[in-house]
Write a protein that binds this ligand. Structure first.
Ligand code: HPA
Ligand code: ZN
Length: 334
């Protein structure tokens, strides 16, 4: 099973680039940029990664991002993640970035996008990994702040395919961002949103109805509403599920309690993703391995997760056909 998972062509749809900042790179960038870290060693950093819930993670995650200052830093961060993709046989990735985490610290939007975009283009040429970029609004900040961020993004519309919504779900329901999502969609951006990670199933319904999202990030709390489960299966609305994130942030007590296989078998369009791999203990292969060792997945079901992700991705139809062929060929020869 390990070799099967390692070599399975994978597609990632839920990855926060700031969440791929490994402690080693954090230290290197802190030194390069003369920033004082509250840790003495990478071991000490890793030891601090014990979370009780989403907020306890977010506090540490935003602090880590403080070492990112220059275009080169964003480039190095993104390139390091893409090298992990190569090892894990990730053939296409759609990555999030949080512009407000940086513009709040007076780092320009152009620097952030510039560094990320250059690394993504290099990966396409040198590693054969294709990608799309998604800009997330931080939901703990105001609607006005999100509108200003959208304004900054317009000049980069050729590099950003969609808007998203992340950060603290509790107390910041989808409705708060209805108008900014509508405006983003009028400009031609696609839309995704984190919903039903810690928050209730109603947030999933609201993300679909009020924000008109093309897919739901996490969405695992859908299990609390039978009618929502039925409509998600019928509409084939994709859920980008992040198993190691969910256990680290105590959304599920253990991997054997995770509902991903149950949702898959109910016909929901579920996918596997790594979310913030530097903080949650693993990249794509690790996430597949974690679910496959805790739950009775068949090889066909694991491959179905890749096929679901291809359908749920924002790539062109012809490219989807090629990628599906790759997965089906792989499945046929094992
Ligand atoms: N949820 C919400 N916000 C986030 C996450 C997450 O899992 N990761 C990074 N920002
Ligand atoms: Zn996320």
């Amino acid at each position: 099973m390990e070799v099967f998972i390692q070599q399975l062509p994978k597609i990632e749809l839920h990855l926060h680039i700031e969440g791929s900042l490994e402690p080693e790179l954090m230290f290197e960038l802190a030194k390069r940029n003369q920033i004082e870290l509250p840790y003495k060693s990478t071991n000490e950093i890793r030891a601090a990664y014990q979370f009780d819930n989403l907020q306890s993670f977010l506090d540490i995650y935003y602090q880590g991002a403080n070492v990112l200052l220059h275009e080169q830093d964003f480039y190095d961060l993104t390139w390091a993640y893409l090298l992990k993709c190569k090892i894990d046989n990730v053939v296409h990735t759609e990555i999030f970035f949080d512009p407000q985490t940086h513009t709040e610290r007076d780092i320009s939007f152009d620097i952030v996008v510039g560094g990320i975009h250059k690394a993504l283009k290099r990966a396409e040429h040198e590693l054969g990994i294709t990608s799309n970029l998604i800009m997330c609004f931080l939901r703990h900040l105001s609607e006005d702040d999100a509108f200003s961020t959208l304004e900054l993004a317009l000049k980069h519309k050729d590099k950003i395919i969609a808007v998203g919504l992340d950060s603290s779900e509790q107390g910041h329901p989808p409705k708060k961002f209805e108008r900014v999502f509508k405006q983003a969609q009028e400009h031609g951006f696609l839309a995704v949103a984190h919903a039903g990670e810690e928050g209730p199933a109603q947030n999933i319904i609201d993300a679909i109805e009020d924000l008109k999202v093309d897919r739901v990030d996490h969405g695992v709390r859908c299990i609390d509403s039978e009618s929502l489960m039925v409509s998600l299966a019928e509409s084939k609305m994709p859920l980008t599920i992040c198993p190691l994130s969910n256990t680290k942030l105590k959304v599920f007590e253990s991997m054997s309690q995770h509902n991903i296989l149950q949702l898959l078998r109910r016909g929901l369009q579920v996918t596997i993703n790594s979310d913030d791999p530097a903080y949650f203990g693993g990249y794509m292969t690790d996430n597949f391995l974690a679910v496959a060792s805790a739950l009775p997945f068949s090889k066909r079901e694991l491959a179905q997760l890749s096929l679901n992700a291809i359908d749920a991705s924002f790539i062109e139809k012809q490219h989807k056909i090629q990628l599906k062929q790759k997965v089906n060929d792989y499945l046929a020869q094992v």
